[in-house]
Design a protein around this ligand. Structure first.
Ligand code: RAM
Length: 329
């Protein structure tokens, strides 16, 4: 018995003496459009999971308080001063960030964009959550599926310079005449991924277009604001709210009937993949067209001619499955 105890003590001591110190050798900054957005918090959880899996990585989760390019430029400047190893950014503007990100790359910092892209000259690669044309079609289809005779819809977007929303809206506009000829897009307004501004913009749409059939918000912040407005204004059953929503935040509006269905991809996987890509760049992998990157348990992605890659198709949530997904993200 004594001997066993002694052995146990020895091995504990050995473990204490020889265990590798938990020092992060690599610092990856996950720069988001704005803090306080549940979508990005979920992505940050994925980023932390990837860092833990790879080991030796510190994730610096940061972003401005409001979704502006100016706020992100300030943050990137401070990350350059801290000499981080990589910056993975979801950008509030495709062009405004280019000079500061070029400066980061000149200093040897690896730069990629994810979710919302930066122009090619401002990053090494970009990771889209899904195919842009498919997202554009999906957001219109989500409304059209519940308007068999057609109708008037309006889009409540994020900021007017957001790369991802602007690309999805352009794709939606392209799909409309051919795929959805009886759906009439009457307006596009911008809530800046800010709850108060999104609420006011949604109210404005209802006042300006009293016959509106649906509000499509391709932003997790805007879609919640719009559904709350439709609920508060007593318009459930009259105006269907749809778009891209985080199930955990949006379930209540499927439950109360303000929305029939919404879609999204897995934000945890997106943040997870961004860290894997950043780590590969830090390790020296080249971001050339055709290059394939492993992204842990998510699989792999191959860069296209614009050094961009896309993940999975968007997934639809309705009364049949939102409860299940609301437990995850
Ligand atoms: C908001 C942000 C983000 C977008 C999602 C769908 O959280 O605008 O960039 O991808 O919505």
């Amino acid at each position: 018995m004594k001997l066993l105890k002694a052995l146990a003590c020895t091995s504990l001591l050995a473990a204490a003496t020889f265990a590798a110190p938990a020092v992060a050798q690599e610092r990856i900054a996950l720069v988001v459009k704005s803090l306080g957005n549940g979508f990005f918090d979920a992505a940050a959880r994925g980023a932390e999971a990837a860092a833990a899996e790879i080991g030796g990585i510190e994730v610096i989760y940061t972003g401005p308080t409001s979704a502006s390019a100016e706020g992100q430029i300030e943050i990137v400047n401070s990350l350059i001063a801290q000499n981080v190893d990589a910056i993975a950014i979801s950008a509030n503007d495709p062009d405004a960030l280019v000079p500061v990100l070029q400066r980061a790359m000149d200093r040897g910092i690896k730069v990629l964009s994810w979710d919302s892209g930066v122009a090619e000259e401002g990053r090494m690669l970009h990771l889209n959550p899904s195919d842009t044309a498919l997202i554009g079609e999906t957001i219109i289809k989500l409304a059209a599926d519940y308007l068999p005779d057609g109708g008037d819809v309006a889009i409540l977007s994020a900021s007017s310079t957001a790369t991802n929303q602007n690309a999805w809206i352009a794709a939606a506009e392209e799909a409309l005449p051919t795929m959805f000829p009886n759906i009439n897009l009457v307006a596009v307004v911008y809530g800046d991924d800010d709850s108060v501004k999104s609420t006011n913009e949604a109210l404005g749409l209802l006042q300006t277009y009293p016959d509106l059939d649906a509000i499509i918000a391709p932003t997790t912040v805007g879609v919640v604001a719009a559904a709350q407005v439709v609920t508060d204004e007593g318009l459930i059953g009259q105006v269907n709210v749809t778009g891209l929503a985080l199930p955990s935040e949006f379930k209540q509006f499927i439950d109360n009937g303000a929305s029939q269905a919404v879609a999204l991809w897995n934000p945890i996987d997106l943040g997870y993949s961004a860290v894997y890509l950043a780590h590969a760049l830090v390790g020296g992998q080249e971001a050339a067209p055709g290059a394939t990157f492993g992204i842990g348990s998510v699989g792999e992605v191959t860069l296209d001619d614009s050094t961009s890659a896309a993940m999975a198709a968007p997934f639809t949530f309705d009364a049949s499955n939102i409860e299940e997904f609301s437990q995850i993200y």
